[in-house]
Design a protein around this ligand. Structure first.
Ligand SMILES: C[S@@+](CC[C@H](N)C(=O)[O-])C[C@H]1O[C@@H](n2cnc3c(N)ncnc32)[C@H](O)[C@@H]1O
Length: 202
């Protein structure tokens, strides 16, 4: 797993910034019951997620990311902008989903998951039959699953996996308002096609 070099601000934010950590969300969960909660898996540098949280103060956003500089960066930005509705879990999405206190998710968003091109690495892809089955158990009717990739081969893989997940109903031509992510801007510069998938759990 990539560790990356942390700036002093990112290190400080990882050690402090308690009010923007998922542990804090769990402490105050009883006060958030009537709010929607959106999960973003693998937010990278978190700038798009931060923007989404600032634009939608009535919704709680929980971001999970394994890459320490990304986590530190987003925590720093949350503090800087005094954001009260974004909570960050540093670790693997599996560890987050194993937590006993979780909100009822209205949406899970996965933007530009690692493509794992090599044939022998494809089983590491986040979108897999078992992961989607797990999401089915934690989501409720009407919850959305929003996935975006710029790799044609991964897009085919997503179609294949989701075709087997009969409870997820595909929404044609999704048009969710969102900010562009760092990987998306890079993909566009490279001339890649952006493939967007939206499903609703029936
Ligand atoms: C290709 S990057 C995309 C980042 C961001 N979504 C964007 O579009 O700019 C994929 C990100 O997912 C994170 N990631 C991969 N597997 C993960 C997992 N199991 N749990 C949490 N984050 C994960 C990686 O650390 C990486 O930052």
């Amino acid at each position: 797993m990539r560790q990356g070099r942390l700036t002093q601000n990112q290190k400080d934010a990882l050690s402090n910034a308690h009010e923007n950590k998922f542990a804090h969300y769990q402490e105050i969960v009883s006060t958030r019951k009537n709010r929607q909660a959106i999960l973003e898996v693998g937010f990278g540098d978190g700038r798009a997620l931060l923007q989404q949280a600032i634009t939608n103060p009535e919704i709680d956003f929980i971001g999970v990311e394994v890459y320490p500089p990304g986590v530190g960066q987003l925590l720093c930005q949350c503090q800087l902008h005094n954001v009260k509705n974004l909570f960050v879990f540093h670790g693997d999405v599996e560890s987050l989903l194993a937590q006993t206190i979780l909100p009822t998710w209205s949406r899970v968003q996965i933007y530009f998951p690692d493509p794992w091109h090599k044939k022998r690495h494809k089983k590491r892809r986040l979108i897999s039959e078992s992961f989607i089955k797990q999401l089915e158990t934690i989501l409720s009717c009407g919850s959305q699953l929003h996935i975006i990739t710029d790799w044609d081969d991964y897009a085919e893989h997503i179609e294949l996996v989701m075709a087997g997940a009969k409870r997820f109903l595909k929404v044609e031509n999704p048009n969710l308002e969102r900010a562009q992510t760092k990987y998306e801007l890079r993909a566009l510069k490279l001339g890649h096609t952006i493939h967007e998938f939206l499903y609703v759990l029936g």
